[in-house]
Design a protein around this ligand. Structure first.
Ligand code: EPU
Length: 346
């Protein structure tokens, strides 16, 4: 078990916010967690699980014991007639793992290329992009219960995946309530990649790339390259400009609410969903309120994509939160829609 005191977290959160962890433990195996739990001082104090830090806003130093997930390893564990199953340690970088799967001849995750963060965070958020959500490729995961020290496995149903949501984003008020937030530390995740591989296309940006290339039957590697190019053109690289990807979820409304808004805003971007609801583009709503390029202190709205809040250099978590609240207020006043943030404010 490696324990460090007063650890700067700037390099451990993709917003690049300056803050410190009072105490940080690097977790590389179950045994490290068991040691923390058996420790006379650390065993009983509150804990905060830190993955790639790509979905958090730090508003000050982190007082709970920070458990930095660094569980490594990646392997192909099954190569059957209907699917390949691959497994990765929760501390592996998501994009590097995904690139490795393609190098191994295991396609299926390519639409999720270049999403920042770690493998362990991917089911928490149920990450998704360009027509694929993590839950579409999820097999199972291993986790450890920080209250009891017991390891357990969960299948997709037990993870209760929703749009950018899972059982790990909910905190149970008492024993037996729904939610494993703050309690389960994910150690390893397994993915099922169906055979034969089929490309997932259909997104306008992807269709455009396909037309440009003149290909009708793209390979997984081509789709991977296109996704990387699309994302790089639209989204800021957190290593250059601090950010946490989309800051708000895309809201859903009833068809009646949507008709009401269309009557007032004929150009609104909206997508009918299979369950009858209508999804609106939060980026469009924010853009329509004139926020693109605006700032509060050193926190700003990205010029090329209004859904992304950025650190223009030296932003505090407080500035990010103030900006986010101001955006929520103006979107609510104009459209009557409450935007829900994606990242967790710590
Ligand atoms: N739009 C604007 N102005 C803007 C931004 C967007 O008018 O400033 C419009 C676009 O023209 C488009 C629509 O809004 O018609 C939707 O934009 P886009 O296709 O870029 O996708 P998104 O809804 O902004 C979602 C995910 C992304 C994911 C992309 C592609 C959420 C919250 N975001 O973004 O996920 O990469 O679709 O599938 O669901 C993330 O979660 O961090 C993330 C980047």
């Amino acid at each position: 078990m490696i324990v460090e005191q007063n650890v700067p977290l700037q390099a451990h959160n993709s917003f690049g916010i300056v803050a410190k962890a009072r105490t940080l433990v690097r977790v590389r195996s179950e045994a490290d967690v068991q040691q923390v739990l058996a420790h006379p001082e650390y065993g009983s104090i509150p804990k905060f699980i830190l993955g790639g830090g790509s979905n958090i806003v730090l508003t000050g130093d982190v007082r709970p014991l920070v458990l930095k997930v660094e569980v490594a390893g990646r392997r192909l564990i099954e190569d059957g007639p209907r699917a390949q199953v691959v497994e990765a340690g929760a501390g592996e970088n998501w994009h590097e793992f995904l690139t490795w799967t393609l190098d191994q001849g295991c396609p299926g995750l390519e639409n999720l290329a270049l999403i920042p963060g770690t493998v362990g965070a991917s089911p928490v958020q149920n990450i998704g992009a360009y027509g694929v959500e993590l839950q579409d490729r999820f097999e199972s995961l291993d986790a450890i219960d920080l209250f009891t020290g017991k390891t357990f496995s969960l299948d997709a149903a037990q993870c209760a995946f929703g749009y950018r949501d899972s059982v790990f984003k909910h905190i149970a008020a008492k024993e037996g309530d729904f939610g494993l937030g703050g309690r389960a530390m994910i150690l390893r995740v397994r993915f099922r990649l169906p055979k034969p591989w089929k490309p997932v296309l259909g997104y306008l940006d992807l269709e455009r790339k396909m037309q440009e290339s003149g290909t009708r039957q793209p390979t997984a590697r081509q789709i991977y390259d296109w996704i990387c190019a699309i994302r790089s053109a639209k989204l800021p690289d957190p290593r250059v400009i601090g950010n946490a990807g989309s800051f708000f979820k895309n809201p859903t409304v009833t068809p009646e609410q949507c008709q009401d808004i269309i009557a007032r805003e004929p150009n609104i971007v909206h997508y009918p969903m299979p369950d009858g609801s209508v999804k609106l583009a939060a980026g469009w709503l924010i853009d329509a309120c004139g926020w693109k390029g605006k700032s509060v202190g050193n926190a700003g709205v990205y010029e090329k994509q209004a859904l992304v809040l950025v650190n223009r250099g030296g932003a505090t978590g407080g500035e990010v939160v103030t900006l986010a609240r101001a955006i929520q207020t103006s979107v609510y006043e104009r459209f009557g829609i409450r935007l829900e943030p994606e990242p967790v404010v710590v």
